[in-house]
Structure formats: structure tokens, C-alpha cells
Write a new protein. Structure first.
Length: 827
RNA sequence: GCGAAAGUGGCGGAAUUGGCAGACGCGCUGGACUUAGGAUCCAGUGAGUUAUACUCAUAGGGGUUCAAGUCCCCUCUUUCGCACCA
């Protein structure tokens, strides 16, 4: 019978569904294992690139089931957001409809690929049953003081008509549409992720995260230790706190640098409305592109404020400059400028003829002001620094900080590059922020019993460039929940990254309508044992989710410290060297492949082509290779069915076994051994599949199994029945079919992992390589347990070896048991 | 500029602790067979050389070692991340 993949795949997909084998119970005698692949955006189409991500999770999930775990592998949809809204606009429809249509289409696609998802846990972030709890979480965060509103200059994408978080700005462009990001002064909602900065730097509770992701997050959070020091504005009692990582250079301060956004500068602007130069400069800088402005290549500019600050350490009076190179939202938003020892300050001082003062000398004291071409930023010996002179500058950092603390001028502090997370978006298709603005009571949270704040349906998306919610007065105008006075709903919706920051926890209890999830479910399943997703989320989703998880822990909802114990960042599928994408027109539709070769072929090819974390280049020829392989497996078992079944029943234990079959027995157990290493220890599925192929080649070498004696048939049958087991995680349909054909009544997820026997992992005859002075000069076959002297003697008898030893004295012989004999010889 | 990872046949990729470099697959070459298929089976396939023998070969150069793709030093290239964060 030929390999009818279409029939087989449908058959088993139905069986799996009917038996519900992938529906994980929330209680079990088995240990739990939670496998999760980052949920897809509800775009309606899965190309093979998406599919390959989920195949990795599916392999792990099936392996863990075989291993005896209670495995949960849920799936859902990230369904809010601009692409869905834009898609609806293009199709002149409503995102609710188009999104649900998309989800239905994706479900069919997922099913056709044979995924073992627990469909009973399916979620979609755009459904009120889900987003209701996102609003509830927002309220909890608000109550904990982790939510605030702030007016300020924001990343704004004109095309998407919304603000963007810093993480969503890539090289000055919108991460979604590529439009140039502008600055707009807006009042926005923030989550205080910085409150958790220190803990987010701690990765001690994750097991197997790629070092790369950890480094990226650490850099993104950007912890700097330093000091805060107060400088007083001369003649006033106004204080300018500065943050510096180099307190050792404080005697070298020759000016102060403030950004135009600094509150003091803003105050001076009000005091001097007629100072045109000052007004113009500040206005110009504030409106400059933020990204451009914060680029190292931008020319530093500034204007003297006419005011002076007093250095508390020496009483020196220094000019206060307003500049374009200081950022308001880092540190204290003010810099003590030390041109001699900071390159940026140096450039600025040179340009505006501000004095430069050396306070750190090179160890050889060779630093001269006249010869300086750039700032000396290394450590050295303290000079011109009063009582600290002669001290090593590294030591001076703490000495000077302590001195400031003792005198009440400053303190030791830590600054982070990480900014608070701006979560408001001026778009319709997102989770409404559950807030009502009352003219009397101010910001009022929507009471729990009124949740969810549902998105109004009667919205014409695309009619206006403004937030469509602004055009629904019956939705906006509500009585204040506190005082009953006419009030207005918040029209901002939440960043979709909020929705995806806690979905992994919702899966543990997806139908709960009393709370986001029960503690029991969450604590049973969490943390996610294996998370799988793209590296592009290193500083976005993965950081946000860790933040949310820690907040939920502090709310007492979950016990563990981290959401994702192990993380695998999978590579993408490329075609013609580029990432598959609709815009590039290089997508491959899985349906096309499945119709022609089956899902098992698609899975096998993608998993075989490269290790999971590396990119895979799409190859039509590669598909053929995988297809051929599965056909060979099919033919082997299908055409030897009777012999195998007979062998399986045999209990013959005679020693009358040919060398050929002994070799097969060795190959079988060795294949199992390697497969287990690759699958369970290294998660290297490409080599696990290669092992399956080699194993098949080894079995096929036995030409006429019908002629084997009973003992041999038993070994042969064991090999043949092991192959479907090994194939199951990768090509589950064909594996189940062959398993059943061989007379098994259970299912493969339930039959345990293939087991090897230690005694068969060694061959009795081993090939030894003989090296002379590091070069291979011969080989010999010997019994594995041969003694060393005998082996050495045999090696020296080899004709070719003799030739190369001619005229030389043997100096040393090294025997590597079971592998080689290395002879070192010389004159 | 700083940091990290990587560099192996025509291609994708193997090589567990330093122990036969190129597993497995693709492609290619030759052959068999035929039910002419998107077949299948057999043999070969790093380069070089009169070769069952040898030489060279894991980006390049040096080193350690009986033995190096693997360890150490230098150089080059590529990819990724960060890049006025005081």
C-alpha cells in the first residue's frame, strides 16, 4: 500500500481531537510541563515561517508527553492593534469581524499541520472575556501606584496616529509601519516598570535563557552606579541636582549643562519673555527630532543662561549652559560638565571656549592641557582636587561620594537607562483604559462590577484620522461613578503589549469569569517550562511580561519570580536570503506543501534543515528529501508488516545471531541513545532527525528479513517498531499510523520514550585507527576488550605503519580505548 | 566606536570531554530496473596526484599537544545588539 499522507493525516487529526489527548487537566498524578510558543498575531495567514516556530513547541510538547508529563500546549491570538484596525479599514469592514474571520482561518491552518494544541484553552485578546481582566489588572497596578499620567514629549507616528514606546522606535522609525517618528507634547499613561529595574536585572531564577537575550535586556535596562550632587544657582536657593558616574572628576567641573526641558530653564523662559535668543534656542531644540537630537553625531549646541552655579566641593562658580545634548529623562536631567574628562563636554567646551581643567593625570603625569586633542576619560591620579590630590581616581570615586554625603551635598545613587512604559495609544482597536475623568473627582477608576469597559461597536474605523472613540459621544459621556456628575471616559486604549504581558497566565484558567485566573491553576502550571519565540521580543514583550509577572507575584497571584523558566529563540524561515513576508512576496503557503506532500513532510523538512535557533532557508529540494525519507520509512514497515509482527511476538532467546543482526542491534540502541541526547538534552532536532535517517538506513541494509531466524527477527522487529516512536515528535501522523499497523492499541504519546539497553551500546569488534606522529597510517579491527599490549603489538605489525616507523625510535605510544593507537617516534 | 556571536565541500549542516573532519540531507556523476514516477534501487561524490598509497584542506597567520574545527595569541570578514544615558 502506498503512503497516503492525506488520508492518514486527516484520520489522526480527528482521532486526536475526539480523544482530547492534548486537553491538559489542571490536576494530574503526572508532573506538569507547560510548553508555550509566543501567540500569533491574528492576521489570518500563517506562512511556513510562522508554522516552523510552532513546530518546535509541538515537538517538545509531544516529547514531554511521551516522557510522562501532563503537558499543556495552549494557543491563542494577539488580536488587538493597528494591523487589525488597518486591515478592517482596507476591507471596509469592522476589526471585530475581520479578526474573528482571521482566527477561524488560522484555526483550520493549525489543525491541518497536526499541532497538539489544547483548544479548550484558546484565547483571543480582543474578546471582552479576556480584555476585561486586562482592565482589572490596570486597576490593580493603579492601586499599587504603578500607573501614572504625565505630560511630555512623546514619540508620535503620524501614519499610525498614535504614540509609541521607546522600544517601538527603531532607528527613528515606527517599528510597525516604518514612518519617521516625531515628537508631540501629550498627556500619556505610564506603567512604572522602572520600579522593578533592579529586579529585572536579576536572571538567577531562569534556567536556560540565551545569554544574548539576557545581555540585551541588561543593556536595555542600563544600570549605572554613581552619585547625585547638588549645585546651587548663585544668588538663589535654587538647587540643580546632577547625576554623575564620575564623582572623581568633580573638581574639574567648568560648566553646567541643562536641557531646555529642565524645569529651571522653563522657569527662566517665563521670567525672560523678551530674551529672544534664549526663547528661540529652547524652542528650536525642543522641537527637534528626539532621535536625531540624541545621536552622537549631532553637533552639540548651547546657549549661556547668564546664570552661575556653585560647585559645593570648592565653591567655584561655573556658567550654566542650556544645551541640546543633555536628556531630561535620564538621571536628574542635568549634567556637571567636565570637559577634561568627558568627550561630549570636551567638544562643547572647545566650541564655546569654556575653560578646561585637568583633575585626573595619566599615571606618567604626561597629560598637558595645551596638547590635549580629546578628553582623557580613563582613570589616573587625582590632581587639582584639594585633599584628594595624589589619590588613585578609582578610589576617589567613593571617597568623594562619601565626602559629599558627610557634608549633605549629595548621595550615592543608581540610574537606569530604562524609562517607564508609555502604554496609551490613540487608537480604537485596543483595550480601553478603565478610567473616567470627572470634573469634580478627577481620575476615577471604573468600578469592578462595570468591567469590562467594552469597545463600542458602532464605530466607523477609518472615517477620521483621529481616535475613532472620540466620535462616539454615547460611549464617552457617562456619569461619574463617584459623584454622578456628567463625566467622560478615557479614550486612550492600551498598548497591545499589555495584553500579551500576562496571557501565559490566563491560559492556566482561561474561562474564569471571577478573576484573571485562579491562584491554584497558576501555581500548578507556572512558570512556563519552555517558552519559544523570536529574539526580536528581547527588550519588548519578554521584558514587559517579566515586569507583569513580578507585579502579579507582589499582588499574591503567582508564587514564582519568573514567567518563563526556559527560553528558546528560534530562527526564522528565509527564502532567497530574506525573511518571509507578504510585502517581499516570498511567502510559501503551507497548504500548498501539505496538499502535495503532507504536514509530516513539511514538519520534517523544517526541523531537519537547521537547529531550532538558527535560520532555515526554504528549499523545494529539501522538501523532496523529507518526503522521500518518510516514503522509505513507510515502505520499510508496510512491506515487512508480517515479519515484524511475527518478530514482536517471538520470545526466542537463542544466541544464534548473525554479525549483521548484531550490528543492527547495536545501531538500534545507539540510535535511541543519540536520539534521546538530541531531543531531551540538547533540543537539537536536526540531528535527531538525522539519527532517524541513519537508523532507517541501518534497518534497510537487512535485505531479506523473512529469512531471519526467530531470535534475529525479534531484533529486527524491535528496530522497526522503535522507528515510529522516534519519528513521532517530528512526523506524528505517519508515526501513529505505522504504530497502529504494527498492532499497537495505545497511542504514541502514551507509550513512553524509546529505551536503550546499555549492554548493546558497545560493539564487540572495534576499528582502531593507528597514527604515527599524528598522521593516520593504518587501521585494524580488534575485540573491544583487547588488552593494550596485544593491541600495540598488532598495530606495530601493520605494513604501512612499519614503513613509517622505519629508522625511527618509538618514543611514546598512546592508546585511546576503543578508538586509536597513537605512536610518537623520532630519531 | 563599544559589546556579543559566528566563519567547515557546489548547498543546508554534523563532529558529546582535544581522538578517523565533512554524519545526515540536498545537488551532481555513472549504472540497474521499469508499472515512465515529483519514481525506486545500486555505486560514487572536499581538492590534488600515474594510485587500495600519499599530499593539502575547517576565514588567514602563529603557538601548545602524541593528536587541534575544538585550547591559547594575533589578524581579517560577516551578522546581531548598543551607540551623546552624564
Amino acid at each position: 500500500m502506498e503512503y497516503r499522507f492525506n488520508e492518514i493525516e486527516k484520520k489522526w487529526q480527528n482521532v486526536w481531537r475526539e480523544k482530547g489527548i492534548f486537553n491538559a487537566p489542571n490536576t494530574s498524578s503526572k508532573p506538569k510541563y507547560y510548553v508555550l510558543s509566543m501567540f500569533p498575531y491574528a492576521s489570518g495567514v500563517l506562512h511556513v515561517g510562522h508554522a516552523s516556530n510552532y513546530f518546535i513547541g509541538d515537538v517538545i510538547s509531544r516529547l514531554k508527553m511521551m516522557e510522562g508529563f501532563n503537558v499543556m500546549q495552549p494557543i491563542g491570538y494577539d488580536a488587538f492593534g493597528m494591523p487589525a484596525e488597518n486591515y478592517a479599514i482596507e476591507h471596509n469592514s469592522h476589526p471585530r469581524l475581520t479578526t474573528e474571520e482571521n482566527i477561524a482561518a488560522m484555526r483550520i491552518q493549525f489543525d491541518s499541520m497536526g499541532f497538539g494544541f489544547d483548544w479548550s484553552r484558546e484565547i483571543s485578546t480582543c474578546r471582552p472575556e479576556y480584555y476585561r481582566w486586562g482592565q482589572y489588572l490596570f486597576k490593580k497596578l493603579y492601586e499599587k501606584g504603578l500607573v501614572y499620567r504625565k505630560k511630555g514629549f512623546q514619540n508620535w507616528c503620524e501614519k499610525c496616529q498614535t504614540v509609541l514606546a521607546n522600544e517601538q522606535v527603531e532607528d527613528g522609525h515606527c517599528w510597525r509601519c516604518g514612518n519617521i517618528v516625531e515628537q508631540k507634547d501629550l498627556e500619556q499613561w505610564y506603567f512604572k516598570i522602572t520600579e522593578y529595574a533592579e529586579e529585572l536585572l536579576d536572571f538567577s531564577q531562569v534556567i536556560d535563557w540565551p545569554e544574548r537575550v539576557i545581555t540585551m535586556q541588561k543593556n536595555w535596562i542600563g544600570r549605572s552606579e554613581g552619585a547625585k550632587v547638588d549645585f546651587i544657582v548663585e544668588g538663589t536657593n535654587e538647587n540643580i541636582p546632577i547625576f554623575t558616574t564620575r564623582p572623581d572628576t568633580i573638581y574639574g567641573v567648568t560648566f553646567m549643562a541643562l536641557p531646555p526641558e529642565h524645569p529651571l530653564v522653563q522657569k527662566w523662559l517665563k521670567e525672560e519673555p523678551d530674551n529672544k535668543e534664549l526663547q528661540d534656542f529652547c524652542h528650536k531644540v525642543i522641537n527637534e527630532d528626539k532621535v536625531l537630537r540624541s545621536s552622537a553625531e549631532t553637533i552639540k549646541e548651547g546657549i549661556f543662561s547668564g546664570r552661575y552655579a556653585i560647585n559645593p566641593f570648592n565653591g567655584n562658580k561655573v556658567q550654566i549652559w542650556i544645551t541640546n545634548y543633555v536628556l531630561m529623562d535620564y538621571g536628574t536631567g542635568a549634567v556637571m560638565a567636565v570637559p577634561a574628562h568627558d568627550q561630549r563636554d570636551y567638544e562643547f567646551a572647545k566650541k564655546y571656549d569654556i575653560p578646561i581643567k585637568i583633575v585626573i593625570q595619566k599615571p606618567d603625569m604626561s597629560l598637558k592641557l595645551e596638547e590635549m586633542q580629546e578628553a582623557y576619560i580613563e582613570s589616573g591620579i587625582m590632581v587639582n582636587s584639594d585633599k584628594f590630590n595624589g589619590m588613585d581616581s578609582e578610589e576617589a570615586i567613593s571617597a568623594i561620594t562619601n565626602w559629599a554625603v558627610e557634608n549633605g551635598w549629595g548621595e550615592k545613587t543608581v540610574s537606569y537607562r530604562l524609562r517607564d512604559w508609555c502604554i496609551s495609544r490613540q487608537r480604537y482597536w485596543g483595550n480601553p483604559i478603565p478610567v473616567i475623568h470627572c470634573p469634580h473627582c478627577g481620575i476615577v477608576l471604573v468600578p469592578d462590577e462595570d468591567l469590562p469597559v467594552k469597545l463600542p461597536d458602532n464605530v466607523q474605523v477609518g472615517r477620521t484620522t483621529r481616535n475613532p472613540l472620540l466620535s462616539v459621544p454615547e460611549w464617552i459621556n457617562v456619569p461619574c461613578p463617584k459623584c454622578g456628575a456628567p463625566a467622560k471616559r478615557e479614550t486612550d486604549t492600551m498598548d497591545t503589549f499589555v495584553d500579551s504581558s500576562w496571557y501565559y497566565a490566563r491560559y492556566t484558567d482561561p474561562k474564569n469569569d471571577k478573576q484573571p485566573f485562579s491562584r491554584e491553576s497558576a501555581n500548578y502550571w507556572l512558570p512556563v517550562d519552555q517558552y519559544i519565540g523570536g529574539i526580536e521580543h528581547a527588550c519588548m514583550h519578554l521584558l514587559y511580561a517579566r515586569f507583569f509577572h513580578k507585579v502579579m507575584r507582589d499582588l499574591g497571584w503567582v508564587n514564582c519570580d519568573e514567567p518563563f523558566a526556559r527560553l528558546l529563540t528560534q530562527g526564522m524561515v528565509t527564502k532567497d536570503g530574506a525573511k518571509m513576508s507578504k510585502s517581499k512576496g516570498n511567502v510559501v503557503d503551507p497548504k500548498y506543501i501539505i496538499d502535495r506532500f503532507g504536514a509530516d513532510t513539511l514538519r520534517t523538512f523544517l526541523l531537519f534543515a537547521s537547529p531550532p535557533e538558527k535560520d532555515v532557508e526554504w528549499s523545494d529540494d529539501g522538501i523532496m528529501g523529507a518526503f522521500r525519507f518518510l516514503n522509505r520509512v513507510w515502505r520499510l514497515i508496510d512491506s515487512n508488516l508480517e515479519v515484524i509482527k511475527c518478530g514482536l511476538q517471538s520470545t526466542e532467546c537463542s544466541d544464534n545471531i548473525s554479525e549483521e543482526i548484531k550490528e543492527l542491534r547495536y545501531e538500534t540502541h545507539y540510535a535511541i541513545y543519540r536520539w534521546r541526547e538530541d531531543c531531551l538534552q540538547r533540543l537539537q532536532f536536526n540531528t535527531a532527525i538525522a539519527t532517524c535517517m541513519e537508523f532507517l538506513n541501518a534497518i534497510v541494509k537487512i535485505k531479506d528479513p523473512g529469512k531471519l531466524n526467530a531470535a534475529e527477527q525479534q531484533i529486527y522487529a524491535f528496530a522497526c517498531i522503535t522507528l515510529p516512536k522516534m519519528l513521532y515528535p517530528f512526523a506524528p501522523h505517519i508515526a501513529e499510523e505505522l504504530w497502529q499497523k504494527l498492532g499497537n492499541e495505545n497511542m504514541l504519546n502514551d507509550c513512553g520514550l524509546p529505551e536503550y539497553e546499555e549492554q548493546y551500546l558497545t560493539r564487540n569488534i572495534v576499528t582502531y585507527v593507528i597514527q604515527v606522529n599524528g598522521k593516520i597510517r593504518g587501521k585494524l579491527e580488534a575485540l573491544a576488550d583487547i588488552n593494550q599490549d596485544e593491541l600495540q603489538a598488532k598495530a606495530l605489525e601493520n605494513e604501512n605503519v612499519k614503513r613509517y616507523l622505519d629508522g625511527l625510535n618509538i618514543k611514546k605510544v598512546i592508546v585511546v580505548p576503543g578508538k586509536m593507537i597513537s605512536i610518537a617516534a623520532g630519531k
